[in-house]
Design a protein around this ligand. Structure first.
Ligand SMILES: [Zn+2]
Length: 276
């Protein structure tokens, strides 16, 4: 044991010597790398390996890059998808660019209809996932409500209101698929289910929150069908919107009405802008 102890001290001194002579951003001792490999995915973004402040601020993504630099090949499969650090999450809105327009074309957007791309905004917001991590979300809304939507999601994020997923509805084959996947979304040029009237989503003036656990319940059906398990609103399910909860208060205080308040059907996922 004594010999092993001495050997450790020698190795430690050697690693310090090497550390002082190599670029700091490339330095990773064997111990540090072992620590990294031993860290699970959840804790990875905040893992503390040394008392070096610079290293402590490395995100998991950067850490994995450093490991690659250190020459450890074939470990990609073991590195989970990078989770952005909180300060890397963006809250912003911008006009629809060409790439986004392509994603929407023929799925949620159709040229020559009642809404133009110029009236819409691509919005980035962070959200607190069902997995307990922070994520980057995206949605499209009318430019009239873009700032409100960012402010609402900022509050939801700060208060850890759980949101399952937030990608563009156009990434799905249909609105049903997006709902079934519990995907929170905004703009979608479509009619109200079972009618010929355009939905407020068709103007980017409505947002659906966690649609699987907040289904739209009419006298004849439930959208999405898989949401039938969540028709009982007394359940305590993450991301379920309830009257007077934080989500409800944030939207309604900014001029939105909640589909859960409707008389003829209950659209628990749905908030639509009722202002001008
Ligand atoms: Zn809706």
């Amino acid at each position: 044991m004594e010999k092993v102890g001495k050997l450790c001290i020698v190795l430690f001194v050697l690693s310090l010597t090497v550390s002082c002579s190599v670029r700091r951003d490339l330095v990773l001792s064997v111990d540090t790398i072992s620590t990294l490999f031993a860290t699970d995915a959840k804790g990875a973004s905040s893992v503390i390996m040394t008392d070096d402040d610079e290293m402590n601020t490395l995100s998991y993504k950067k850490i994995s890059e450093v490991i690659k630099t250190a020459g450890s090949d074939g470990i990609d499969e073991e590195i989970p998808k990078a989770i952005p650090k909180e300060e890397e999450i963006i809250f912003s809105s911008e006009p629809i660019n060409e790439a986004t327009a392509e994603r929407m074309a023929g799925r949620t957007f159709f040229p020559g209809k009642e809404i133009s791309l110029e009236e819409l905004r691509y919005v980035l917001v962070g959200y607190y996932g069902f997995d307990g991590d922070y994520h980057q979300g995206e949605l499209i809304v009318n430019k009239v409500i873009a700032d409100d939507v960012i402010a609402i999601f900022r509050e939801l994020y700060d208060n850890k209101f759980p949101i399952a997923k937030m990608v563009l509805a156009s990434d799905y084959e249909s609105d049903s698929h997006s709902m079934k996947d519990n995907n929170t979304s905004g703009f979608n040029y479509r009619k109200i289910d079972g009618t010929d009237r355009l939905s407020k989503h068709a103007f980017g003036l409505a947002v659906d929150i966690n649609p699987l656990v907040n289904p739209h319940v009419t006298s004849s059906c439930i959208h999405p069908e898989e949401g039938s398990r969540y028709v009982n609103r007394g359940l305590n399910i993450p991301g379920m919107v309830k009257k007077y909860d934080l989500c409800y208060r944030l939207f309604t205080s900014r001029g939105f009405e909640w589909g859960g308040d409707w008389e003829t059907s209950k659209d628990y996922q749905h908030f639509e802008f009722a202002g001008n």
